[in-house]
Design a protein around this ligand. Sequence first.
Ligand SMILES: Nc1ncnc2c1ncn2[C@@H]1O[C@H](COP(=O)(O)OP(=O)(O)OP(=O)(O)O)[C@@H](O)[C@H]1O
Length: 251
Amino acid sequence: MINVTNLSYAVDGTQILNDVDLSIKRGGITALIGPNGAGKSTLLHCISGLNTLSGGSVQIDGHDPVLMPSRARAKLVALLQQTPHVVSRLRVRDLVAFGRWPHHRGRATAQDSVLVDEALHAFALETFADRPIETLSGGQRQRAFLAMTYAQDTPWMLLDEPLNALDPKHARDLMVRLHGMTRETTRSIVIVLHDINAAAGWADHIVAMKDGRVVAHDAATTFLTPENLNTVFDTPFEVISHGTRTVVAAI
Ligand SMILES: Nc1ncnc2c1ncn2[C@@H]1O[C@H](COP(=O)(O)OP(=O)(O)OP(=O)(O)O)[C@@H](O)[C@H]1O
């Protein structure tokens, strides 16, 4: 369980997050949505332990991520940042293998190699495995960082806009894979999404943010109404049922 209690976060005197209270149960996909600048990435960083809070607390499965030894934290929670830094000559396989570091600390076993191969396969990266990261397209690079995060094999995955740069097929494949992971394994995923249809299609819960605050937290099927979306994004929406799916459009 992730418990965020009365969290506030400021940078250089600018208040970015205010009075955030949030509980996310283990299991399933929780989508963080909201307009640009709402504070989604900042909240994800606070949950991961990267940001030192101005006030309040974060607990992940009963642990304060800031106080945890970094290795223990890296085995509990993996964060995919929005614009990961690239070490240019690094090969894709070596980048993905970094995800195993907290587990083997420099002494990779055959099992680590198997898990790296599995991650390369899961994100359709086999043909790029020996290519330097700098030679990949934006979407291929994004998949390589996702594979690294996946290889870290943590119960909690925090993903900041992972659909960035992915074409519709790879975006859908990724959401299907993430959804499957939360059903077939004990992984839980918190994901920042701008594509509301991706949230409508695959998220179990939606946390909506606006102006540095959480303004709604509900089951996705309950939250997705034109009124709620209009309130969060300040623009009119239509919500349509299409077979078993909900489709959302800003109109
Ligand atoms: N280091 C910083 N100094 C000053 N302001 C910051 C800093 N980091 C973030 N902010 C501000 O905090 C607010 C929240 O930013 P954040 O990146 O969390 O938003 P977001 O909801 O993820 O936005 P987006 O959808 O555009 O990615 C923004 O107004 C941003 O400009």
